[in-house]
Design a protein around this ligand. Sequence first.
Ligand code: ADP
Length: 595
Amino acid sequence: MTIYSLFRKIIPFVKPYKSLVAATLVFTFIGSLTAQVNAIILKYTVDSINDLMVQHKQLKDGFTILSVITFVLLAKEIISASVQFGQKYYGEKLRIYISRDLSQKVVEKILTYKMAFYTSAENESGKLQTRIDSGISSLTRLVQNFFIDILPLFANALIALGIMFYANFYIGLVSLCIVPIYFFISQKQAQKLGGFRRKMRGYRETKNNSIISLIESITVIKSFIREDFESKKHADIQLAMTDNQMQTRKTSFAFDSVKGFIEQFGVAIIIILTAYFVLKGQMTIGAIMFHIMLFNNVSGPIRQLHRIYDEINDALIYSESYFDILDAQHQVEESGNYQPKTINGYFELRNVDFRYPNGTLALSNVSFQIPAGETSALVGLSGAGKSTTINLLDKFYEPTSGKILLDGVDIKEYNTQFLRKNIGLVLQKNHIFQGTIADNIRYGDMDADMHAIISAAKQAFIHDQIMELPKQYLADARLLSGGQQQRIAIARLFLKNPPIIFLDEPTASLDAIATEQIKNSLDAIKKNRTVIIITHSISQIIDASNIVVLEKGMVKEEGDHESLYKMEGAYYKIFNAMAHSLNIDKIITTISEAG
Ligand code: ADP
């Protein structure tokens, strides 16, 4: 990203606050004028006192002069205090507003992005968060520093330079010569530091990510006693970071020393030059202090020049990923316009191939049909492509080639939101949001009243258990057991009431008792809908009227339980394996002995 494109991208965020910018600029300008008053007053004081001394006058003769000085300095302080307040306040307001807009905009934008955006390795949640956060903070810092620190300093420098030229052309020239030298050095400094910064960003992202993954894998780490190994991994990043930080500081300090030297060199030349003019009688003695103070006003801000480079470079590095995320137009989910009055739920996959963005071929040449209003099961070993199929039917991803039709129309043609409104999804572990049980059920239909929520909970066979809780529907949903949460998710679906339901291993993470408990809710939700279920539960498979067997991304067999079993092929093997794992003989013996 170039500075030009960076500014072009920030402008839309600053534009709504034009009046704030104008107010800040006006305050800045007044502030820079008042900043020169001290130098002028000092010159006036030295020259006037000098005159009095030459004329051998007493202190009482200088009373008027002292009164003028006191009055001017006081007035100046009052003005500059109010100006500084206004300038900082408006500048800060601008920063806060822009920061708010930047973060709101990116959230609004990424919510429209495709699933592939969220699952790609470069956007793992920790990394995405760090990239967005550092982008926003560097951009807001840029805006803040520009309006609060840098702009006033430079306005100050410019006016001081003007006054110097006005006082004497040569004095002005000496000050002006310092500027390009500073520019050159600051640029070199910024270039050197840019490399370190880039590295630092990489370290921070990895570190941030590694702490998250550390927490996620803590059970495994502890059970394999890999604490030392993990600690060393962290220490390695930490060491590299320290090294990088030290180099950054070293470079900064070295450049600062060079700049300090040049500045003092400038001061010396100004003193010599002014003394020369004073001795020649072309200037009064007060000019020496006057010029040094003005020179400070010029060199002070220029000394901060590298900070602008730093800020801009930071913004260039960090905001690049922010804007990449914001402007990833190709990530926006596509949508057609088709919105039929009713949906039956007859799916047809025609020669579907699908490759994940990372290159994994998950489905190849898959063709099958899902009858409307019935329950179909997808069966296959883990990794066979069952969840992928559901991802495609929900339009979370698009087939690499081939077609998916719903009621005879390509799902590409459907309005994506309309399609999803008509599909309900129950996953192995459903997401329960922070909040009450009522809020969590209401997620299925934001307009639902309490009556509808209770009725949905009853349909999902969870109402009685909710009523036993001390806070009932206002209880924290996250404290419910896995089986209860699963039924909350099903209640949510009753509210949404879609004609099509996908169940992706809905009982896989539950124990036998919880599975038995949610069986009723599942049977209820399946009624009169088109249902696709991915499951390893024998009873649910047998219940399905249509079974599709997948193996390594390909359809192996298709049919109902009896016909597939008779074929003695892939389904036969999977089914027998599942049945054996249940140890049915022993179960039957146990039950019959007990009976
Ligand atoms: P199943 O549901 O049958 O267990 P999946 O559909 O989840 O199988 O996976 C099919 C293949 O696609 C597997 O090889 C899996 O590793 C891969 N896969 C699944 N999700 C992703 C993803 N988000 N990115 C890349 N590859 C994936």
